[in-house]
Design a protein around this ligand. Structure first.
Ligand SMILES: Cc1cc2nc3c(=O)[nH]c(=O)nc-3n(C[C@H](O)[C@H](O)[C@H](O)COP(=O)(O)OP(=O)(O)OC[C@H]3O[C@@H](n4cnc5c(N)ncnc54)[C@H](O)[C@@H]3O)c2cc1C
Length: 519
């Protein structure tokens, strides 16, 4: 099978399919993996928690967080800091770890992850190579090969000319629906603001924060001027990154540009660069902490949020997203919104599936549901779907997919686990299709006795002494090695321990590097 697009959705799709036994080629036009998360320098993972501040998107995105943290490439608040008060606001707001959907001040601090773009590229490469994905960078998809309503392969442009890759199944994760539209799938064209994200270096962030918090009125007045100069920015136009003194600026936002048109994209690039230099001059002259700031550079990729959107077997509406509608065929979720499997399937094409920001959704609804973690969850689901369809020798729409359990229960008391289960290299879905219950055991047996939280929660740590799992808030009374339980479980599952036995029957099989048992 072939996946087009090495962004968050495509990488997740490729890794998930490969872990489920498929032979996968991942095709990417640029020299790096990551899409908007690296080349676009979009540097905060959002929409990871529900209203109850429980982490709902797990799976490969959590693997990214674990691996980037281990390389000092990710920063996020511990659970005990996820509160709504000024102290935590001062500590975490400039990391972007706030609930942007809440308007009252201070906004709640939530589990969101600030990360480094180069670290994202490295982790993407590692995950792809470990899963045995056949990588094909520097290859620009140009055309789908279609015969009798089936996509038989893709043609890409390389320095060596046109090349064809034949495939039984295809995942379109190009973000712009390049493959599905070329194959004749229905779509609508949407548009949203375009942004040339950039980074500044040599910023004294401590000084900038001190000024902001100690002189709020003066800061607000200056900030208004900055936003006038850049001409289009959210409230938090600069955010900290894991690299000291380097901030990322999610601006300027520019409406009216078509993210498919080379002329428009060039114009946006030129306009964006002019505006960011004006901002730099202004903040150097006026904003405490930015006196010595320098332009580190604009993102390699223009920040395109929306272009073509599939009109598939089901089109997710704004009401669906707003009302947190749960579908009988939900395969993934972000925040409190859900994606039905049908929204990944083009009409009339048996062996093509899409994942990522171009999924089948209304334009207004896409603006609310296109963050990186849910796009990755879609990718994982698409990877599993392809593996199941190949295994069952059927069309993608007829594949009997493993049901996403907790992930698909609106306001479920426990966080999502389905993607963790999908992620396992020996996917239970393919080993035993008859008994879903046995295939997809979830974690509820493993909960903090105090809070009821389970190990998917960000604060869950290995807690050897207590003899039982405790969540981040209730672990203080026992020594611990500090390794996230979810990561330990993954590692143990990766070593071949069957998850159910690991958690229920023989928990002591799960041992972290420091020889602490995981329970
Ligand atoms: C400015 C901006 C700010 C944002 N802020 C946030 C945020 O703070 N938090 C958050 O979670 N989300 C944010 N988002 C949304 C998020 O970045 C995207 O929705 C998400 O990255 C989509 O992932 P994707 O894999 O579907 O697409 P993309 O990230 O666009 O990846 C698509 C991949 O396909 C490749 N590709 C495309 N066409 C071809 C082709 N023809 N041949 C070969 N390869 C191809 C691209 O090079 C790219 O690698 C933001 C987006 C933008 C633009």
């Amino acid at each position: 099978m072939v996946v087009i697009g090495g962004g968050p959705a495509g990488l997740s799709a490729a890794v998930s399919a490969a872990r489920n036994g498929c032979s996968v080629t991942l095709l990417e036009r640029y020299h790096h993996l990551g899409g908007m998360a690296s080349g676009g320098m979009v540097l905060v993972l959002d929409d990871m928690v529900n209203e109850g501040n429980e982490i709902v998107t797990t799976g490969i995105v959590n693997e990214f967080v674990d691996r980037m943290s281990a390389q000092d490439g990710a920063v996020f608040p511990p659970p005990e800091d996820c509160l709504t008060n000024w102290e935590m606001w001062k500590k975490w707001s400039r990391w972007g770890c706030i609930d942007f959907h809440k308007t009252g001040m201070p906004q709640p601090i939530i589990h969101a992850v600030a990360f480094d773009p180069d670290c994202w590229k490295r982790v993407s490469l590692d995950l792809a190579r470990e899963a045995g994905v056949n990588l094909r960078l520097h290859s620009w998809f140009s055309e789908a090969m279609v015969e009798d309503g089936r996509v038989t392969g893709v043609i890409c442009q390389t320095k060596l000319g046109r090349q064809a890759i034949k495939a039984k199944m295809v995942i379109d994760a190009s973000g712009d629906l390049d493959v599905a539209s070329s194959a004749g799938a229905s779509f609508q064209t949407g548009q949203y603001i375009v942004t040339t994200v950039f980074r500044l270096c040599d910023v004294d962030t401590d000084k900038a924060e001190a000024f902001e918090f100690e002189n709020p009125e003066e800061y607000k007045a200056l900030d208004r001027q900055v936003r006038r100069v850049i001409g289009g920015a959210w409230g938090m136009w600069w955010l900290k990154t894991p690299l000291p003194g380097i901030v990322w600026c999610n601006c300027p936002h520019m409406p009216g540009y078509d993210g498919l048109s080379p002329e428009h994209m060039l114009a946006a690039e030129v306009e964006g660069r002019e505006r960011m230099m004006k901002l730099l001059a202004f903040v150097r002259a006026n904003l405490p902490g930015f006196e010595n700031a320098k332009m580190l550079g604009a993102a390699e990729q223009l920040g395109i949020r929306q272009t073509r959107l599939l009109q598939g077997e089901y089109v997710v509406t704004r009401v669906d997203v707003r009302s947190r509608r749960h579908f009988s065929d939900s395969v993934c979720r972000g925040r409190d919104y859900y994606t039905p499997y049908r929204a990944l399937l083009p009409k009339g094409i048996d062996n093509l599936i899409v994942a990522g920001r171009h999924y089948s959704v209304e334009s207004e609804a896409q603006k609310l549901s296109r963050e990186i973690p849910p796009c990755m969850a879609q990718g994982e689901a698409a990877g599993v779907a392809v593996a199941v369809a190949l295994d069952q020798n059927c069309a993608l729409r007829d594949a009997t997919l493993p049901r996403s359990r907790n992930a698909c229960v609106p306001r479920a008391p426990t966080p999502a686990t389905s993607h963790q289960q999908m992620r396992s290299s020996k996917a239970p879905s393919l080993q035993n299709k008859k008994d879903n219950k046995r295939e997809y055991p979830s974690f509820p047996t493993l909960r903090c006795p105090h809070s009821g939280l389970h190990p998917g929660h960000a604060g869950a740590m290995c807690n050897p002494d207590a003899g039982r799992f405790r969540c981040g808030r209730h672990q203080d009374r026992a020594p611990r090695c500090g390794r996230p339980v979810a990561a330990l479980l993954r590692r143990a599952v990766g070593r071949g321990h069957e998850q159910r036995r690991l958690l229920v029957a023989e928990p002591q099989q799960a041992v972290c590097r420091d020889r602490h048992q995981v329970r």
